[in-house]
Design a protein around this ligand. Structure first.
Ligand code: ZN
Ligand code: ZN
Length: 307
């Protein structure tokens, strides 16, 4: 008689305990412990190879409180909590989108780990919220406006708090989509954008550059419980959504695709290390910018006056 094992769990490829994850791109089944070790060792490898953490560093963590940034908080806490020569703090940007992302959740997560936390709002920084911008201009461009203003605030706060590094929770899927979007738009400048930061720009680190989105989400869940804050009510970036769908379908057949795109993006940016990106302080707000400061451009467009 054939014995049917109803539970029949897959076993970890490393220790034969029940697996919680199958990595299609590596062919490995991993248990909880080996999954955590695998993710952390990949993130540490990227930190080492990019020289992202140095003795004396003060690292500002961009913490929305969602799964990617919470995972980043837990990971960096695990990594440096026993080091005396590296300090962490977390920054939460309150964009002013009602019913979405209570900044108090992010604050609690950071303080629970003993990590100092700063909240900054678009209201106090710019005198306007994303809800108000959408009220005036509709939500067609709100994502790109919000992105520009959020980067501005994160950089300004990181600088004010004397951060030497700004840590961002972007994962493999985000990064691969960005590289492919730049290819599809034929955006040579962005593909070759120097990884050497201009004056006034706090250097960034993206420890999850090579970690797939679902693994970052799983890490966040295992370390801190469910943190899904839902989607921003104004989020519709049509190009990114299309690229994400296309890439997911393609990567199902060719599991190394996202890694290949991210490595390509990394290499192209690395070709340009000799050159800084020609930014200078904005005449109005003092943040580093190109010819025209995008933040100030957006603010005068939505408020209808020259600030
Ligand atoms: Zn195992
Ligand atoms: Zn400006």
């Amino acid at each position: 008689m054939i014995k049917v094992d109803l539970i029949s769990p897959m076993r970890c490829s490393k220790c034969r305990r029940p697996a919680i994850l199958f990595q299609r791109y590596s062919g490995l089944h991993l248990c909880r412990e080996h999954f955590l070790a695998d993710l952390e060792s990949k993130a540490k490898r990227d930190i080492r190879s990019h020289g992202w953490i140095r003795p004396g560093d003060m690292i500002g963590i961009a913490l929305s409180g969602g799964k990617d940034s919470s995972a980043l908080l837990y990971f960096l806490h695990t990594l440096v909590s026993r080091r005396k020569d590296v300090d962490l703090f977390a920054i939460t940007v309150d964009e002013g989108i009602s019913g979405y992302r209570d900044p108090g959740i992010a604050r609690k997560r950071a303080l629970d780990l003993g990590i100092p936390h700063v909240t900054v709002s678009f209201r106090e920084k710019f005198g306007i919220t994303i809800d108000e911008i959408v009220g005036k201009k509709g939500d067609f461009l709100s994502c790109s406006y919000c992105g520009v203003l959020r980067r501005h605030v994160l950089n300004a706060v990181a600088r004010e708090e004397h951060a030497t590094r700004l840590a961002l929770g972007f994962n493999l899927d985000d990064e691969a989509q960005s590289v492919l979007m730049n290819v599809l738009r034929g955006d040579r400048d962005r593909l070759l954008r120097s990884s050497v930061p201009a004056e006034g720009v706090i250097p960034r680190m993206k420890p999850f550059l090579h970690i797939p989105e679902r693994e970052v989400a799983l890490y966040s869940y295992l370390m801190g419980g469910n943190v899904d804050l839902g989607r921003c009510p104004y989020a519709h970036n049509a190009l990114r959504a299309g690229v994400r769908e296309m890439l997911n379908a393609y990567a199902w057949e060719h599991p190394a695709t996202r890694h290949a795109l991210v490595n390509l993006g990394d290499e192209l940016a690395g070709l340009n290390t000799g050159q800084k990106c020609g930014l200078h302080p904005c005449e109005r707000c003092g943040e580093p910018c190109g010819n025209v400061c995008r933040s100030c451009q957006i603010l005068s467009e939505v408020t209808g006056n020259d600030r």
